[in-house]
Design a protein around this ligand. Structure first.
Ligand SMILES: [Zn+2]
Length: 341
């Protein structure tokens, strides 16, 4: 080894370390030592891969705002999920879209909707794959809000619950393993649990978007899901990004109402929230590494400003280190490939 004294004799002996027995660098000496003492380990089994499902057949259209992601018809979603499965991914999160939107978003519960068809197709061909479904109305309503809207443009909480619960029930009926309400209406977790249990879907799990913040990081997703609000914004129901304690309150309420998994969304600007929720709640914690976070990486990589593999694995490890047990990420497939190399 080239110790400094051998290479630079003039630098040796002028400063004596004060605590030579404490040398943290000992454990950083080699790749294998660093791996041995790693505190956080990523594994493809903790990734959830989002899929955008559209009505039709044989559709695989690139989403321009999310490079590497596609609009998929239910039949083609099988191919995508199988490829992901072969790379080690065990869970997908489906976002559906209707043929035609309506005022109340009732079409979200259509048993022959694209999401429901995709759930059936995926569970038929890949029974072991965990199929999680986003439950919301914003991709299904003409106004693009996540709930029922009155004449004054207010988002009505309680009338929305029934529509959400009916949507979740239709996903359970199609074979979903876990339903994931993302609307942020008060009481929706309890409402969905009640309707699922009444229909004897006791085994269908509930992953709550508990701390979903009104965020500028959702931009690319809204283009992908065609779910941008046609008026106003979502700040009357999604959380304000200045708040951390409120996230704990939301997470506790969702847990009390029956949520099996608690989610924080987005991830990168909310690592402290992930850590706090992980500390406070005795449920698995999921974090959503959202479209804007993904798009920033892709844009930077496209300009040659950073190395993709390195930055993606650093980001995902950071989210896991903060306390996320599960990570929903568009990087899932590429990250799974890198981790298995
Ligand atoms: Zn929504």
């Amino acid at each position: 080894m080239n110790e400094p004294e051998e290479v630079y004799p003039e630098l040796h002996g002028r400063i004596a370390p004060m605590f030579p027995e404490q040398r943290p660098r000992r454990l950083r000496r080699s790749e294998t030592l660093r791996a041995l003492v790693a505190e956080t380990r990523l594994h493809p089994q903790q990734f959830i891969y989002p899929l955008f499902i559209v009505p039709g057949r044989k559709i695989r259209e690139p989403i321009s705002s999310l490079p590497g992601q596609f609009h998929l018809s239910p039949d083609v979603a099988i191919d995508e999920a199988r490829a992901a499965w072969d790379e080690g991914i065990r869970a997908v999160l489906l976002f559906g879209e209707p043929e035609e939107k309506d005022e109340l978003g009732r079409c979200a519960a259509d048993p022959s909707g694209a999401a429901q068809l995709a759930i059936r197709a995926l569970k038929d061909s890949l029974p072991e794959l965990i199929v999680i479904t986003d439950v919301c109305l914003c991709a299904y309503t003409t106004h693009g809000h996540c709930g029922v809207v009155d004449e004054a443009g207010r988002i009505l909480n309680d009338p929305t619950l029934e529509l959400l619960a009916e949507t979740a029930r239709s996903h359970a009926e199609a074979g979903a393993d876990i339903v994931a309400p993302s609307d942020m209406m008060d009481g929706r977790v309890g409402a969905i649990r009640q309707v699922l249990d009444a229909a004897e879907y006791h085994d269908v799990g509930l992953m709550a978007y508990s701390a979903k913040y009104a965020s500028a990081f959702y931009g690319p997703f809204r283009e992908a899901a065609h779910s941008a609000p046609q008026f106003g914004d979502r700040r009357s129901y999604q959380m304000a990004y200045a708040n951390r304690r409120e996230a704990l309150r939301e997470a506790r309420l969702d847990a009390e109402e029956g949520a099996d998994i608690i989610m924080v969304k987005p991830a990168l600007a909310y690592l402290d929230v992930i850590a706090a929720v992980h500390e406070e709640l005795d449920r698995p914690i999921a974090a959503y590494n959202v479209s804007g976070e993904y798009a920033m990486v892709k844009a930077t990589v496209a300009r040659g400003w950073t190395e993709e593999r390195a930055i993606v694995l650093e980001i995902l490890t950071g989210i896991a280190r903060a306390g996320a047990d599960l990570i929903i990420t568009y990087h899932a497939r590429e990250a799974a490939r890198w981790l298995s190399e």
